[in-house]
Design a protein around this ligand. Sequence first.
Ligand SMILES: [Zn+2]
Length: 544
Amino acid sequence: MTTIYRARRIITMNPSRPQATHVAVRDGRVLGVGTLDELAGWGAHTLDERFADKVLLPGFVEGHSHIGEGVYWRWVYCGYHDRTDPDGRVWKGAGSIEAVVERLREAQKRLADPAQPLIGWGFDPIYFGERRCHRSDLDAVSRTRAVAVMHASGHITNANTVALDLVGWMRSGHEHPGIMVDAQGLPTGELKGPDAMMPVLLKVGVDREATAGDEAGVRAFAKLAVRMGVTTATDLATPIPDSAVDALLRITGEAGFSLRLVPAMHVRGQSVEQAIERARHLKSRSTDRLRLGLVKAHADGSIQGFSARMRWPGYYNGAPQGLWYVEPEYLRRVYALALQHGIQMHTHTNGDEAIDLAIDCLQDALRQHPSPDHRFTLQHCQLADRAQLRRMKSLGMCANFFANHHFHWGDAHYGMTVGPDRAERMNPCASALELGVPFTIHSDAPVTPLGPLHVAWCAVNRLTPSGRVLGEHERIGVPDALRAVTLGAAYTLQLDGEIGSIETGKRADFAVLEDDPLEVAPHALKDVRVWGVVAGGVPVAAGG
Ligand SMILES: [Zn+2]
């Protein structure tokens, strides 16, 4: 059974035949791309004209997201920017700490059980200047119910007094660098990094083990993916217990399920040997729609949370050095064992010192286990300078830049975190292109909203919230940005032989667009409307 889809334009990402008007699909795969006459040579077919006025691209590949984007909507959205939920409803941003408190108070009225914790997400106090959220702010929401608010970055959580009491932390004498204390020596309620956040989050019911295979969350995430033209998305850091693997295999195995999921197992809590052994086991359970075996490690924290590891001269505003999330020695050993067993590592590195560590570790590991085409990928890799990019190129590393940062935190980076010149070099897409480092760009949803066209728009325009072009020399063109969110991302996931372009033999995964991204003005790229996707040859409309 062959279907030939006619489109206004098909942008293939295959340089041998970059554009066409028709694509033939058989058994969920691309049979051929060309004119109707050329494709008719394959024999009997059905001509499907429903996309005659639409533009097809390869289905977008989100190289760094989390299914939390589907899970978090059951909690209270506390972000600064307006945001669309999986059902298409737009939630207004909250413009001050007071507005966040008010929103939490309102939400609390809908909780019947007075002991049920209240959870917020997407909080972004960097927009509110020097004012930090204190536990007393959240005590104003409730003095009887635990309240925890996760920051947009995912690297900081604010807790009220009841929540701190749940873990026995309402006392002085804290020495952990992630537990902020006030003049009285009591916790302010601001908790930085996993060691400080996790105990409280677990108590209030944010349990990453439990949500790793959360059915409603995965379905909501898949729904949102269709809305954004995404046909393959990562869940880039999950504990992925066996129960989650079973659930994900079942859900992604359903005939109508439209998203290919690529979870990466986090190394946290495992010895190096356990982690790689488990990754090998997971890899053996992979299917077409559920790709297992990737491993994720975190080297440091976040730049806007001042927990990223910075080289000299450190933070522009004098904030103290950030945190290591992993023992440097652990990273060295896990890289070596991963290379030995053909396991691919994705490493969170925000600050330039963290990037140095990852490059050094890989260089050491490669001496022990020479491994061509390992594609170890630095995630975020925001502050890489050109010398680091040259080393990455020579070692065969890939980068996944966090292009959305310019739009979300660019002004803060310019004026507060890293200062003007390093802010302009952040997420250096043009340098990576020039130096030949394979790269993609990402949203890190739910840190910023899922949406590859918006991510591409960020890399093309590099506009901050105030309208500043931050790093005009690192801007890239629309075709390069579109390539980054399709074939570029597929390459970093070692899936570029199967997805990322529309060409014979590949999966028939398409993003279906109402407007032509190569025809609209570059500053309008984010406004290109998405009809939905074709996943494995099956059309799925957004909201359908
Ligand atoms: Zn992430």
